[in-house]
Design a protein around this ligand. Structure first.
Ligand SMILES: *[C@@H]1O[C@H](CO)[C@@H](O)[C@H](O)[C@H]1NC(C)=O
Ligand SMILES: *[C@@H]1O[C@H](CO)[C@@H](O)[C@H](O)[C@H]1NC(C)=O
Ligand SMILES: *[C@@H]1O[C@H](CO)[C@@H](O)[C@H](O)[C@H]1NC(C)=O
Ligand SMILES: *[C@@H]1O[C@H](CO)[C@@H](O)[C@H](O)[C@H]1NC(C)=O
Length: 237
């Protein structure tokens, strides 16, 4: 078992958690997909770096194979919006962020919207993101915080940066590299609901040029660091 593997989860979390549970489960699981997604998200099922002592953390940062997965910044953003604000299955983001966003950025909001925060518009989410007040409130939520601020690629020497765009290929490469590629494959998953470039362009078509410029500024470092080109739909002038 390759114990010497550490990771930071930014994209494709559920499937990586399943894979890590197979690797650390002492034979409890053999197939990642037999693990229900809610099980994969039970915090106690996986140990994170901050649960170790400083000495143990340093040992891991120094000796373990470290990898990071990134995604095109605006696809990641639209994906986060769709997952956290437009789906009904878990209302915790509606309550935590939706109510605040509607209170601040929607004029004449209904009582229901103010209480449940369940119908945040993409435009309102962007109003929230680019508002300097939001930055002053503290770090952004991990789902829309920039990867460079979340994962510190200049301080942590990742052995590999994988891309969501080539997720299966890159993930299986890692599994082979750490010696479990024969028995374990990264789960393939339905691509039908995936946020695409075309979908992202549609969401962006609804926000002003000024906000597009502000958003690009906010995520510029992620575009540059991870070699993503400026999307063709983006209006920057
Ligand atoms: C909903 O999501 C929040 C934050 O991700 C999580 O803490 C909570 O356990 C989830 N609730 C359910 C019922 O899945
Ligand atoms: C809000 O409601 C008031 C009273 O109904 C109306 O006069 C005003 O135009 C509304 N404002 C917006 C932005 O819809
Ligand atoms: C864009 O705005 C229009 C009009 O407000 C709305 O009907 C549509 O759903 C929006 N599209 C997206 C992708 O947000
Ligand atoms: C950056 O992206 C370009 C175009 O997609 C590609 O040709 C190039 O190899 C990439 N560079 C790195 C270091 O990944």
């Amino acid at each position: 078992m390759p114990a010497e593997l550490t990771m930071l989860l930014v994209v494709a979390c559920t499937n990586w958690k399943r894979v890590m549970m197979v690797l650390t489960g002492r034979g409890k699981y053999s197939d990642p997909m037999e693990i229900p997604s809610n099980q994969a998200h039970v915090p106690s099922n996986l140990k994170t770096l901050n649960q170790y002592s400083i000495a143990e953390i340093n040992h891991r940062l120094k000796n373990y194979f470290k990898f990071l997965f990134v995604r095109e910044p605006f696809e990641r953003l639209v994906s986060a919006y769709r997952n956290k604000f437009t789906l009904k299955y878990n209302s915790s983001f509606h309550k935590r962020f939706g109510t605040r966003i509607i209170r601040r950025y929607r004029k004449n909001a209904t009582q229901d919207a103010l209480i449940n925060g369940a119908d945040v518009k993409f435009k309102e989410f962007i109003d929230y993101l680019v508002d300097p007040a939001t930055q002053r409130d503290g770090p952004l939520n991990e789902h829309w915080q920039t990867v460079y601020q979340l994962c510190h690629p200049c301080h942590i020497h990742y052995d590999m940066v994988g891309k969501y765009e080539t997720l299966e290929e890159d993930a299986n490469y890692i599994l082979r590299l750490v010696g479990v590629g024969d028995s374990l494959h990264f789960p393939s998953y339905a691509k039908s609901t995936r946020t695409t470039d075309a979908m992202t362009a549609q969401f962006f078509s609804n926000i002003s040029t000024q906000q597009q410029v502000q958003l690009y500024k906010l995520y510029k470092m992620d575009f540059l660091m991870f070699n993503y080109s400026i999307p063709s739909y983006l209006r920057l002038d």
